[in-house]
Design a protein. Structure first.
Length: 95
């Protein structure tokens, strides 16, 4: 565990997304264009220690790891307790 005396830390995260298509037509698709992270630290610690803290925090961040590289997503669904094979049905809603 890395220890540092930080007076304050502010982190601002902005994500840019886009969607196109229609839910009613069954053509909706979305994607993440990118993520920006701003870290503002107030501390008397050395820049080297604060930089190491930030780098290690990023290295251990599950969200950043999932967003920064393609990952396999296994999705399962159940309806009233029974398995629902979603891909057997059209994306367009029946009503």
């Amino acid at each position: 565990m890395l220890s540092a005396d930080l007076k304050s830390i502010k982190i601002r995260v902005r994500a840019s997304w886009h969607s196109h298509g229609s839910v009613l037509a069954g053509t909706i698709e979305s994607a993440c264009n990118g993520v920006e992270v701003d870290v503002d630290v107030m501390s008397d610690e050395s820049p080297a220690l604060v930089a190491a803290l930030i780098q290690n925090a990023r290295g251990g961040c599950y969200a950043e790891a999932a967003l920064s590289q393609a990952v396999k997503v296994d999705a399962r669904a159940r309806l009233n307790g029974d398995e629902l094979e979603v891909s057997k049905y059209p994306k367009k809603p029946p009503r």
